[in-house]
Each structure stands twice: as structure tokens, then as C-alpha cells.
Design a protein around this ligand. Sequence first.
Ligand code: ATP
Length: 339
Amino acid sequence: MKALVITELLGDGIGPELRESVHGVAGCLPLAIDFEPIDLSLERRRAGAAAAYDEVVASLARTRLGLKYPTVTEGESPNAVLRTRLGLSVIHRPVHSIPGIASSFKETVALEIVRVATGGTYDDPGQRIGQDVAVSLRIIERRPCTEAARFAFRLARQHGLSVTSSSKHTIQRATDGFFEAIVREVAAEFPDVPHRVELFDALLAKICLRPREFSVVLTLNEYGDFLSDMACGLIGSMGLGASGNYSFAKSGEIDVAIFDPAGGTAPDIAGSGVCNPTAALLALALLLEHARHFELASRLRGAILGAIASGRTTRDVGGTLGTAAFTACIRDALARAIA
Ligand code: ATP
């Protein structure tokens, strides 16, 4: 069987420990995986960032599949550089309640947040005009909006879900109105997928009141940023999730996909063997799903969530295990599930 080749973007802090855990778990999957590591650590970037990014781009041109560990930002953010260099235009962030993780919110959350990764107000630094005024440009482009919308509707179709697109189109008529018009055009290509539009402020309230009514939520850049953090707050965890970042070919198909854990480099605990690899392992599960290994992805997710639910987890979420012991639990559960 042909091996799955994955470009690994190595980072800083707890990155090496997350990687060890990922390799430990990947090693017990009934699947040949070749990792192609590229050093994106701060040390390497200081020695020659351009060459490091060139290597990443060259590797991904072959593999089209990446797994990225957290990186420290010094000067330009590596995530921003990769977004530009690779034309990553869509971010998919699943946010699901995790049994065993304490949260003050009692309802179950199961959201698939699909966000236009570029533009909005984030691509323009803005400027001051005199002492009392500042302005910034809001940029909405057809191509990334179409790509995000198609991604959202395909995802909904694949899992039998609905799409809610959300913006402030009644106030930001030119920009958000354009976004919703594009979404309507794409929705017409998916007549079997239910679609509704919610104003973003109302959406936040409705998700808090009745989260089960929402599944795939499609938004522009800033709204997706706000919503992702709010949803993580609802499930009681900012750091246990993973994202997929996508670029698209002219045909509309996904070109490059990079998966990464939500959390940062956690320099305070780096090297001490206690970090929680859940988000990195969920990133691996998302990657497997993207590579159409649906059964393995679901078994891996089940093994991770099962370990957390039974309290066999790391200290940051109330357990007693170190990274290696937690990883071993997941390996054991996975081996049993696959046998
Ligand atoms: P960065 O600059 O990379 O964002 P940071 O320390 O400012 O690093 P995080 O890495 O998100 O931000 O860490 C915030 C806190 O959460 C730290 O106390 C860290 O130890 C903890 N933390 C982050 N990731 C993990 C993890 N995977 N396992 C356990 N604790 C974590």
C-alpha cells in the first residue's frame, strides 16, 4: 500500500514532545505514514527564515498534506507567512464538547466553524488620521468567500448537517452583503443542504441559548475568530482543539491542507514531559479524515476522548499522567479498537 506522506512543520517549546506523542500514536495505526520533517523552529528561522519557508513550500507541493506544531512568533508570525506563501484561504475549526472536561456551560456543543482565513479587517493595519480619527479597510474577496462556502456546504453534505452563514449584512451592506450574496450563489449548488442566515450578534446569543440548533457555521475572518474563542469557552477549553487550513486549486478542489493544534508553545512547561498532546492528536485525526481514512480518524478520536472521559489524562485537565503515559493510554485504546 502507498504510504501517506505528511510534511511535518517542526516548531518550538512543547513542539518536540507533541511530535513524539503523534509519532507514538501514528506508529500503531495500520497505515504506512512517511513523515517529511521541516525545521521551522525559531533557531532555524533566525538562521534563514526564507530558506526554511521555501523548504516547507517545496515539500507541500509534493505532499499536499501538512501537520504543524506550535511556533513562537518573533517578527512576522509563521502562520501568517504560511497563509500568504501557500494561499491558505479557509480555516475549519471543529469545536465539540469533551466529556470529562469541566465547563460552566451544561449544553452539548458540536460546531464546525468554517472561516474565511483572509481579509475582513485583519489584512489592513489601518491608519491614524490626525489626533482623533483612525480608519482601516475591510476587504472581502469573491475567491476565498466562494472557497469557504463550498468547503462548508461540502462538509455539511458529507455529514448530513445544515449550514448557517453569519455576518452583519444589514449594517455592513457592501462587504457583508457581498459575502452573503456569494454564499447564496454557492448554496444554490447544494439544494439538498439546508441553509439559513443569522446576524452575527444574534447568532452568538442563539448558540448560547440553543447550541444544538447549529452545526456548520460559515463566517468571515473576524467573526470566525470571535466565534471560535467563544465556542471554546463554552466547552471549557481553549487549547484542546485542532484546525484544518486549506488552499484550493483553480478547479475548486483542495490543494494543500495543513492541520495544527490550537494551543501555543507553552514555554513554561516545555521539556518537562507534562504537556497535553490532545490537540496535536486531534489534528492528526482531522488529517486522517481529510486523507479519507474515516474509520481510523474516528477510532483515534474515540481513543483520545475515551481516555479523557475516564480521567486518564494530563494534569492541565485534572489528571495525573505525563505526556508519555497519556500517549500510552491512547495507543492501548487504539490498538484494542483496531484489533
Ligand atoms: P505562545 O507564545 O506560544 O502562545 P504562551 O505560553 O503565551 O505561548 P500557550 O502556549 O497557549 O501560550 O500557554 C498558555 C498556558 O497554557 C501556559 O501556562 C501553558 O503551560 C498552558 N498550556 C498550553 N498548551 C498546553 C498543553 N498542550 N498542555 C498543557 N498545558 C498547556
